[in-house]
Every structure is written in structure tokens, then in C-alpha cells.
Design a protein around this ligand. Structure first.
Ligand code: MG
Length: 249
């Protein structure tokens, strides 16, 4: 069931989203060669708690941390570790959210660790821009497929592929709720978009093929061909005045 939020509900949810965005910013500023992914995770958790919210990934289906931290060929759901240090030239995808007064925010970004290759930069830029291409189509009266297609078309025009096995989602009083928001699809198809819908739009883009595999830890998703992957995400509200990005710090 798709839940439409009232403007009062959106106001509370905007606070959850603001805290989610703030936590991502805090982590982003701390990304540098030598830092462990566990240290980054701790910073995000401390920030979220200091804002009176709770990290909504922690404990979700047993996930052990505040942030998913995925390096290079890892796509999503990487587990922070005190044994894992970022290195110059890595790209690191960080996905996290906060719950505040019963509402959830969810956002992600890929960061460069020091100087990265031109190819890595282009992948990150393309993925970020594909998110905004999708957001632009998050308009009342349109369809989910309009968002999906906009992301896919932009990514594929740049020679990359979108991950199909994992998709964006509705978000609200649950971290994941209906509808699914695939990063591939056909314009004019799928659920009709209505004011009050809140969607986590989150392109996961591989430099190589779309196929992914999961590590034996049961969480970490990697590209099957070992190519780099990037991930950007915003929580977006559909309003009568057009799409509104909620995850802004
Ligand atoms: Mg998400």
C-alpha cells in the first residue's frame, strides 16, 4: 500500500531527512586516506544521536552498523570495519538514514578518497547527475516509469549500466515501503505519482556490466565483473509544486 503523507507528516519527515543529510555530510568531511570505515560509521552515529534521532539502518534485518560503506567495486551494503582503511584513489559509497519521531530519511553519496582516476570521477558525476534526472521526473500525474527511464537513459548514454537487482523505494514510517522505484523502465508505465508520496530514488551505477553478487557475509554487494560502482540517493517528496528533495542538511 502506498501511503500519502499530509503536510504535517511531511514536516516531521523533513526533520528526519535533514538529520540523515547532516550525517552524510559529517561522514563526507571525514573521508580521507587512512581513516577506517568503522571510524566513519561512529561519526555518523554520534551525529544522529546528538540530533535526538536514531540510526535506522542499525539492526535493520540484522545490519550491524549505522552506515553502509562500500568501496570501489562494492555496490551497496558494505559493513563498516575497524580493519578496513580507505586508501588514496578509492571511491567510497556511503548510505545511511535517521529515524525521527517515527519517520525515516534515507540518503547516499559516493565520495573520492584523495585523488581518484578520471574514470572514477566520470562514474561518480554520471551517477549523481542520473539521480537528478530521475528527481526531475518525480512529478504528480507522471508515473514511476518516468523516473526509472530518466535514470536509465542518462546512465546508458554515458556507457555505464544500472544495477537491476536492487531498486529505490517508498520511505515514510517504514524505511522501505511501497512502491519500488527501479532505475530502469519505460516512460508512462507503473504507479501514478501523487502529491504526498515520498520516494527514495537511488541509482546504483556500474562502470561495467549490471550484474552483481553478494559476499559470504550476506550483506556486501559487489559488481560481478569487478568494475567500479557508484551510488547516490535522495529522499524526495512529490508535491503539487513539483519534486522536493527532503534530504538536505
Ligand atoms: Mg534507500
Amino acid at each position: 500500500m502506498i501511503v500519502l503523507k499530509t503536510s504535517r507528516e511531511l514536516a516531521v519527515m523533513r526533520e528526519a531527512c535533514r538529520i540523515s543529510a547532516g550525517a552524510l555530510q559529517v561522514i563526507g568531511r571525514a573521508v580521507e586516506p587512512g581513516v577506517t570505515t568503522a571510524e566513519l560509521d561512529r561519526l555518523a552515529e554520534a551525529y544522529i544521536l546528538s540530533e535526538g534521532a536514531t540510526p535506522n539502518f542499525k539492526g535493520y534485518q540484522g545490519f550491524p552498523a549505522t552506515a553502509c560503506i562500500s568501496i570501489n567495486n562494492e555496490v551497496i551494503h558494505g559493513i563498516p570495519s575497524k580493519h578496513r582503511k580507505l586508501k588514496e584513489g578509492d571511491i567510497v559509497s556511503i548510505d545511511l538514514g535517521a529515524q525521527f519521531e517515527g519517520y525515516h530519511g534515507d540518503n547516499a553519496a559516493t565520495f573520492a578518497v584523495g585523488d581518484v582516476s578520471e574514470e572514477a570521477k566520470r562514474l561518480m558525476d554520471t551517477t549523481k547527475e542520473s539521480l537528478y534526472e530521475g528527481i526531475r521526473m518525480a512529478r504528480a500525474g507522471g508515473r514511476i516509469g518516468d523516473i526509472s527511464h530518466a535514470v536509465q537513459a542518462y546512465v546508458e548514454a554515458h556507457g555505464y549500466s544500472v544495477v537491476r537487482q536492487y531498486v529505490g523505494h517508498g520511505v515514510g514510517t517504514s524505511l522501505h515501503e511501497a512502491p519500488e522505484v527501479p532505475n530502469f523502465g519505460t516512460p508512462g508505465r507503473g504507479i501514478r505519482l501523487m502529491p504526498g508520496m515520498t520516494l527514495a530514488i537511488e541509482p546504483m551505477v556500474n562502470a561495467g556490466g549490471e550484474k552483481v553478487k553478494v559476499l559470504p557475509d550476506g550483506w556486501t554487494v559487489l559488481t560481478a565483473d569487478g568494475s567500479l560502482s557508484a551510488h547516490f540517493e535522495h529522499t524526495v517528496a512529490i508535491t503539487a509544486d513539483g519534486p522536493q528533495i527532503m534530504t538536505v542538511a
